[in-house]
Design a protein around this ligand. Structure first.
Ligand code: SF4
Length: 288
């Protein structure tokens, strides 16, 4: 039904519906599922996200590589001290993103949104916003639909894989998906959602994928924490009426080109960036 943002916006305007509804109509048509079946699947996904973003909040677990763990708990302890530079919702969102990453790295069940490495950004954004503004289930699921629509556009026209496009493709895509979702959940227009997605993706364009030891732990978990904040500020920027000068479709194309031109050492091979710092190499040696 749609292959890019221009077509999706055109359909939204033509039918006078929000992005979430247009994505729902597209899902019904392309998958042959009923609205009820799709809503039920999305509710299941939401349950997985709720569990993954809270599972280790107070009881950190051992991750496979042992490089991370306990960051979410530290953020919650920090929250209790009430001396945040930002605010409680940003700190809570980061805590949720950290917990998802930790849970993923300990083989917990997460929702790859769009990938396992970037699995904390969308849950942290949607669940924290929902908690702050007391959203109901239906409104949260609408956010998931918007996120999936943006993810579909990126998947068709570029990539969401760190091995193919660097971390900009994973955490950048997740942040773009979350930013668009937050914008609609906040009452923004479909155009504003696209501006938010474009801004979020541009904010980390060029970010390489350089996991220490090839493990999806570090710097991944901190990129999830910063990724959700990227989504939140991008949505606020768009909701304030600031526009992305470059349309989302062109930003996606640019991200693809940057990923294609990126040296292989920076695409999940653990042969560049943070992965080959002295400390990273010593840690891997120690853990052998
Ligand atoms: S650094 Fe690589 S493995 Fe880690 S989150 Fe980013 S893309 Fe995924």
């Amino acid at each position: 039904m749609y292959r890019n943002a221009r077509e999706l916006l055109g359909l939204c305007n033509e039918k006078n519906v929000k992005i979430s509804e247009m994505v729902m109509l597209d899902e019904i048509e392309s998958n042959g599922l009923s609205r009820e079946e799709i809503l039920s699947k999305l509710d299941e996904i939401l349950v997985i996200m709720e569990n993954a973003s809270s599972a280790t909040l107070y009881n950190p677990v051992k991750t496979l590589g042992g490089l991370i763990g306990g960051e979410g708990k530290k953020m919650m302890n920090y929250l209790q001290q009430n001396r945040m530079i930002t605010d409680q919702w940003i700190v809570k969102a980061m805590a949720r993103a950290f917990v998802c990453s930790e849970y993923n790295a300990s083989m917990g069940r997460i929702c790859a949104a769009p990938t396992a490495g970037s699995c904390g950004i969308i849950p942290a954004a949607i669940l924290t916003y929902a908690e702050k503004f007391k959203l109901n289930r239906e409104e949260m699921i609408a956010g998931l639909l918007v996120a999936s629509g943006i993810g579909k556009i990126i998947s068709i026209n570029a990539t969401v894989s760190g091995a193919e496009g660097g971390c900009q493709a994973e955490c950048g895509s997740a942040a773009a998906m979350a930013a668009a979702a937050l914008t609609e959940m906040s009452g923004g227009t479909a155009e504003q959602s696209m501006h938010a997605a474009a801004i979020a993706l541009k904010n980390i364009m060029g970010l390489i994928c350089d996991p220490i030891g090839g493990l999806v732990e570090s710097p991944c978990s901190k990129r999830n924490a910063s990724g959700v904040v990227n989504a939140m500020i991008s949505a606020d920027i768009a909701l304030a009426g600031v526009v992305s000068i470059i349309p989302f479709d062109e930003v996606v194309e640019a991200m693809k080109n940057v990923g294609t031109g990126m040296h292989q050492d920076f695409k999940e091979t653990a042969r560049g960036g943070i992965a080959i710092t002295r400390t990273a190499l010593a840690l891997i040696e120690k853990n052998k």
